[in-house]
Design a protein around this ligand. Structure first.
Ligand SMILES: *[C@@H]1O[C@H](CO)[C@@H](O)[C@H](O)[C@H]1NC(C)=O
Ligand SMILES: *[C@@H]1O[C@H](CO)[C@@H](O)[C@H](O)[C@H]1NC(C)=O
Ligand SMILES: *[C@@H]1O[C@H](CO)[C@@H](O)[C@H](O)[C@H]1NC(C)=O
Ligand SMILES: *[C@@H]1O[C@H](CO)[C@@H](O)[C@H](O)[C@H]1NC(C)=O
Ligand SMILES: *[C@@H]1O[C@H](CO)[C@@H](O)[C@H](O)[C@H]1NC(C)=O
Ligand SMILES: *[C@@H]1O[C@H](CO)[C@@H](O)[C@H](O)[C@H]1NC(C)=O
Length: 491
């Protein structure tokens, strides 16, 4: 029923789309057509060339969309310089090996969004120089091991959004020059090193949003050049200690939105070039002291939305180059004084949406480079003295939605570079602008939704750059609110 409705709709779409070709740019190199059928393809193209006084040999790119073309019915002599053929939303029957035989010179071929379920194994046999092949958004389930046999120069292969359930049958093996492989949004359950044998030039591998459950030992061991590995949105709950063996060039590893509970010691030990590791949205409860051994160049570590109760200083101390650390949305209750002690280059630290009720004194004492500190939505009741050293560079401090009832001069006097502080949704009964007397560059103070009942404009006059003071939703007398509104922006 649904199928026949879809068929009917596509019949209507194909019938109703106006038959038309046009040049997409001044140079008359790229010809775009919609609503063609097999009989009229050639005549429509040549009518357009004639109308626009364009030469067939000037056309290097042909787009055919929303068309019913069982046969492209063009000869190689018709558009002799054609290097890019783009077919999208077309009704084609790719049952013959000869479909593209008139275009051996193509460099780029796209056949996308065209409900292709199957491809005859010789259909790409004629291409000598194809560099980019896109078969995305079709219904491919299995790819014949010989399909890409002759595509020795292929650099990019897009197979995303199909129904592939296996990549283990050797169809990738001939692609010695492949640099980018897009396999996301398929139904792949198993990957092993067999699939990637021979892909010695691969730089990017996209396997996101599949159904992979396990990463076995040495899966990626042949991918010596690989720089980006995307495994987000799978069902991974088991990572072998040697799963990432050999990935000495890897720059970014995406493992977000999986079911990872444990990272074994030394799992990332070969990733000596890794700059970014994303473990957002997994099930980690704690992190082994040796989980991050080897990540000497790591700059960004994302551990948001896991189940972490603590953060091990021992685990973090291996990450001397870390610049961005995100721990949002965990169950962290306590920080130790030395938790971040070795992260001397840290620039952003996000601890929002946790259960931290107390900040140990000096907890950020070695983190002099921290520029933005997010502590939003915790249970912090007080800012202790000596949180930061007097060499700190902190500019943005987010303390929204905590339990702070008082700010004392001594606890913030070191924050000389502070530009913005968010204290909204706390329990402040009083607030004296002068506590930030040392933060000369202060631009924004957010006090929305506290219990402040009196506020003196005089105490804010010392800040030359202050332009925003948000005092919404406090039990303040009308006159005071008006006074502040005249001088500062709210939010
Ligand atoms: C598409 O083309 C085929 C064969 O060329 C033809 O039988 C069919 O009716 C066409 N469909 C539409 C909607 O024009
Ligand atoms: C698609 O092409 C096939 C074979 O050429 C034809 O039978 C069918 O009617 C076409 N479908 C549409 C929607 O045009
Ligand atoms: C192709 O399109 C033309 C005009 O759009 C139409 O007259 C002709 O019947 C179509 N041929 C097929 C096979 O659908
Ligand atoms: C396409 O049509 C041409 C003639 O119009 C024919 O020679 C060729 O064999 C056809 N190709 C396929 C794949 O049907
Ligand atoms: C705020 O603190 C300053 C400096 O300690 C003090 O001079 C001033 O009176 C205080 N303001 C209020 C309203 O208490
Ligand atoms: C608010 O503070 C000022 C001094 O800054 C004081 O004169 C005034 O009485 C206070 N108002 C209330 C209601 O406490």
């Amino acid at each position: 029923m649904i199928h026949s409705v879809i068929l009917l709709l596509s019949v209507i779409i194909l019938k109703c789309t106006p038959k038309e070709c046009y040049f997409s740019a001044e140079q008359k190199r790229e010809l775009r057509c919609t609503g063609l059928n097999t009989t009229y393809t050639k005549s429509t193209i040549f009518a357009t060339l004639k109308k626009d006084k364009a030469q067939p040999k000037g056309v290097n790119s042909l787009w055919i969309e929303k068309s019913n073309i069982s046969n492209i019915s063009l000869k190689s002599t018709d558009l002799p310089q054609l290097t890019w053929l783009h077919l999208a939303n077309v009704n084609i029957s790719l049952s013959s090996d000869d479909y593209f035989k008139e275009f051996p010179q193509l460099l780029y071929l796209d056949i996308i969004s065209s409900k292709i379920e199957d491809l005859p194994k010789g259909i790409f046999g004629n291409f000598k120089s194809l560099e980019v092949l896109a078969l995305s958004r079709n219904l491919l389930k299995v790819i014949n091991p010989d399909l890409f046999q002759n595509l020795r120069l292929l650099r990019t292969l897009r197979l995303y959004d199909n129904k592939l359930n296996t990549i283990e049958n050797g169809f990738l093996k001939p692609l010695k020059k492949l640099k980018r492989l897009y396999l996301q949004e398929n139904e792949i359950t198993i990957i092993s090193s067999i699939a990637f044998t021979g892909l010695n030039s691969l730089l990017e591998l996209w396997l996101a949003n599949n159904k992979i459950e396990r990463l076995w030992s040495s899966t990626f061991v042949h991918l010596m050049q690989l720089q980006e590995l995307h495994l987000e949105g799978n069902l991974i709950d088991d990572i072998h200690q040697s799963a990432f063996k050999g990935l000495n060039s890897l720059d970014m590893l995406q493992l977000a939105s999986n079911k990872i509970q444990v990272i074994l010691p030394n799992t990332f030990v070969d990733l000596i070039q890794l700059k970014e590791l994303d473990l957002t949205g997994n099930l980690l409860e704690d992190i082994d002291s040796n989980a991050f051994v080897g990540l000497k160049k790591l700059k960004s570590l994302y551990l948001d939305y896991n189940k972490l109760k603590t953060v091990s200083a021992k685990a973090l101390e291996k990450l001397g180059e870390l610049v961005h650390l995100k721990l949002t949305g965990n169950n962290i209750e306590r920080l130790e004084k030395d938790t971040f002690a070795q992260l001397k280059k840290l620039f952003t630290l996000d601890l929002s949406i946790n259960k931290i009720h107390e900040l140990p004194t000096k907890v950020f004492f070695s983190n002099n480079q921290v520029y933005r500190l997010y502590l939003t939505s915790n249970k912090i009741a007080a800012i202790p003295e000596n949180l930061f050293s007097d060499k700190n560079e902190l500019s943005y401090l987010y303390l929204k939605n905590n339990k702070i009832s008082e700010i004392e001069y001594n606890s913030v006097k070191n924050l000389r570079q502070l530009i913005s502080i968010d204290l909204s949704y706390n329990e402040l009964k009083t607030f004296n602008g002068s506590v930030f007397a040392n933060s000369f560059g202060m631009q924004s103070i957010q006090l929305e939704n506290n219990y402040i009942s009196n506020l003196s404009l005089t105490d804010f006059k010392q800040f030359n750059k202050l332009d925003t003071v948000d005092i919404k939703d406090n039990p303040l007398p009308h006159e005071i609110v008006e006074e502040f509104e005249k001088k500062y922006y709210g939010i």
